[in-house]
Design a protein. Structure first.
Lengths: 150, 64
């Protein structure tokens, strides 16, 4: 057990449990938001675990998650568009808090790893994670209504 | 009657493909674990296919 694994455990235990609670209870709007935030909670934890165990290959898991998580939320936003039209679910405080967590983790790992290709990869993952989640949150809140018709 | 494509349009298309290819090849080099000759060849090939797809996708979105 080291500091990285401890931080990952706290992130997974706190953020993951909160996301699971949100997904399983409440209105559809609340559930879909919690589903979106699951990526933001779990992906930084995967990055921390990769650093904690000294296995750079585990970073690929976080990369895939950062890429596919927001895409999955966009599919939900499209499929549930009629159900969410009245509710327009949004949780901007949580969204930006999750973005801050992702940024903090990526910066910490960049500092620990030093400059190099691995650092650029981490920055790409961070940009995908934060950008994807902000865009997905905006889509859930009805921010892209003009493209609803495809 | 066949209409010849203007040289300027061909050059623009080539420049766009080259830009996509460079960006995708760079992304490949960043994301792989070990950089060797095989990875470079595979990466350049995948980036070439990706550049064609990216331009097709970009045109599909912008052509209204």
């Amino acid at each position: 057990m080291n500091g990285w694994i401890l931080a990952a455990t706290v992130g997974l235990g706190g953020g993951g449990a909160a996301a699971l609670w949100g997904v399983t209870t409440g209105s559809p709007g609340r559930r879909v938001i919690a589903q979106n935030l699951t990526t933001s909670a779990v992906c930084p934890a995967l990055l921390l675990l990769s650093q904690g165990y000294g296995r750079p290959a585990y970073v690929d898991l976080a990369l895939l998650m950062a890429l596919l998580g927001p895409v999955g939320t966009l599919v939900f936003a499209r499929l549930l568009a009629d159900d969410l039209a009245d509710e327009r679910p949004s949780a901007w405080g949580l969204t930006w808090a999750a973005a801050g967590l992702a940024a903090a983790v990526v910066i910490a790992l960049c500092v620990a790893g030093g400059p190099g290709r691995a650092m650029v990869k981490l920055l790409v993952i961070g940009a995908l994670l934060i950008g994807g989640n902000v865009i997905a949150s905006r889509a859930l809140a009805g921010g892209f209504r003009e493209v609803r018709g495809g | 009657m066949t209409r010849r494509t203007a040289p300027r349009a061909v050059l623009l298309a080539l420049a766009e493909l080259l830009a996509w290819w460079a960006a995708l090849a760079l992304l490949w080099l960043v994301l792989i674990t070990s950089v060797d000759t095989l990875e470079r060849i595979v990466g350049a090939s995948c980036a070439a296919v990706g550049a064609l797809l990216a331009r097709a996708g970009r045109r599909a979105v912008t052509w209204r």
